[in-house]
Design a protein around this ligand. Structure first.
Ligand code: RIB
Length: 312
């Protein structure tokens, strides 16, 4: 049976401009082209999980505008169950994104309809209870994130929190997280430490949550848990064109692999899950855009095999 993943989170229409370099504060740069792409960390992670092979439900909100219609259609096209996606008065979420020639980006999000996701309902609770893994991010109001995590904990559903965009977390949420997924910047903010040293960040985060996955971009990913297990895996070597949503591809694939392994707690299973997630993130970075770049399972498997086959 396929893994069941539930996502409570955001959906944004991404307004994307490519440019030779990213502007500094107060600077205008001439871009090269403009496109709109369905995105949002929640929707991206739902699409990532579905393409990676999970049965996936998405709980969130879009506005009564054309963007909302596009965002809903994009999730449906990916095979995500959208019975928990509300359409509300007002605009959908949007993200302004600039991407430079080194594949780096900056992103500014206007929450729009995502801001209305303050409280969940009984149907959402049943969805969460029926999932193996609940995936959460920080682009919808914290009240819904905490409520979803609490219901997941009560039902025995594993809570994976991707603490993005970076924010200090309230104690009531920290207490409900099974696996925290963060990049180095997010790790420092969540832990409240000034460091870019992965072992220091992992130690600090283990004071808060039982398992931490630290994404390291082109360097791969690191894992630590309270049993003392520490694992670092390298990322596939690729030519990145756009790193937008690579973290979402990573997190979605990690959730699927974690669920398929019934909770990845041994060294071998955690290593395999981290590698598979790194392959998903790298495959995403090889293509432009957010949801448009999220890889199918076959593409993840191919990059995984090409990178790690024969590696103990
Ligand atoms: O993680 C990438 C996503 O962040 C984009 O799709 C954008 O919508 C923002 O939510």
């Amino acid at each position: 049976m396929s893994a069941r993943v539930a996502v409570v989170g955001s959906s944004n229409l991404d307004l994307v401009v490519s440019a030779p370099q990213l502007p500094r504060p107060g600077e205008t740069v001439l871009g090269e082209n403009f496109r709109t792409v369905p995105g949002g960390k929640g929707a991206n992670q739902a699409v990532a999980a579905a393409r990676a092979g999970a049965t996936c439900d998405f709980v969130g909100a879009v506005g009564e505008d054309d963007f909302g219609t596009q965002l809903r259609a994009s999730l449906v096209d990916a095979g995500v169950d959208v019975r928990g996606l509300r359409t509300v008065a007002g605009p959908s979420g949007v993200a302004l994104i600039a991407v430079d020639r080194d594949a780096e980006n900056f992103i500014v999000v206007a929450a729009g309809a995502n801001g209305t996701v303050t409280e969940l309902n009984a149907d959402d609770r049943a969805t969460i209870a029926g999932a193996d893994v609940l995936l959460l991010q920080l682009e919808v109001p914290l009240s819904a994130v905490v409520q979803a995590a609490g219901w997941a904990r009560a039902a025995g559903t594993t809570v994976v929190l991707n603490a993005a965009p970076a924010a200090a977390l309230p104690a009531e949420l920290i207490a409900l997280v099974d696996v925290l997924v963060v990049n180095e910047h997010e790790a420092a903010v969540v832990a409240g430490v000034v460091s870019d040293d992965p072992p220091v960040l992992l130690d600090a985060l283990l004071e808060l949550v039982p398992r931490v996955v630290l994404t390291l971009g082109a360097r791969g990913a690191a894992y630590a848990d309270r049993s003392g297990l520490r694992i670092t895996v390298p990322a596939p070597r690729i030519d990145a064109v756009d790193t937008t949503a690579s973290g979402d591809a990573f997190t979605g694939a990690l959730a699927v692999s974690w669920a398929e392994r019934g909770g990845a707690t041994t060294e071998d299973s955690v290593t395999a899950s981290l590698r598979w997630a790194c392959a998903a993130g790298a495959a995403c970075a090889q293509r432009p855009g957010a949801s448009t770049a999220l890889p199918e399972r076959a593409a993840i498997d191919a990059l995984y095999d090409a990178t790690y086959r024969g590696t103990p």
